[in-house]
Write a protein that binds this ligand. Sequence first.
Ligand code: MN
Length: 272
Amino acid sequence: MGDVCLHVAGMKTSERCEEACPLPGLGKETAVIKGALEPMATKTRGTARSKLSDYRRKRDFTRTREPEGESAKSTRSTSARPRKRASTLHFVVQKHAASQLHFDFRLELDGVMKSWAVPKGPSYDPSVRRLAMEVEDHPIEYNTFEGTIPQGEYGGGTVMLWDRGTYEPENGGGVEALREGYARGDLKFRLEGQRLRGGWVLVRMKRPGRPQWLLIKHRDEFASSARDVVEEEMTSVVSGRTMDDIAAGKKRASSAPRRKPAAKKSAARRSR
Ligand code: MN
């Protein structure tokens, strides 16, 4: 696991850093990172009010159409609103073509979406451990965001809703088990998405700096070392659009099939 990212983990002065950059060939910079960390990571835990402050500080909402988040509206009393029942918690995975393509994995917890940037995306293979860099909490409203963040803005690039659904702690225990797992750095959960299902774990690595986790599939009936879900699923789970469709501002999916036409492709190759 030499792929520590200086761009993220070593970030000091610039807050405009992309949230993920799974850069190949960064191995040589790993040593620099280890020696020179200023852990802004310690900020990840905060009170409910401050949870979205990182999220908001990084963005200019006059320029991006990303949601500001309800708790951002300072004058409104949020305490008066009935709290959403905690029994159904949602997750979302967004494919994000920022300066480096990555998948943003978000789990609802205590009124925000805890968020990880997963450079290679999830894998159904239990022997595969995918680096998941924890990033700032996102508002719940981010769960419906699909579109393009303007270039030059934080995270500039196309965002696709790649999967969504509900999740729960793998072994019961309700939201308390999730809080405890998150705090301990060993978060086990079951996903009920359209593309991601079954048991998974996020394990926090003991490293200085911004928290880095590993996303790993548990062995169960959904696990498979044969499938590559990131390659299989190339369209929005909501709109059916491809990344190109979204980037082009198309309202609807182009006539392309929802799944990668693997059979067609090989047929075309044969006919050449
Ligand atoms: Mn992202």
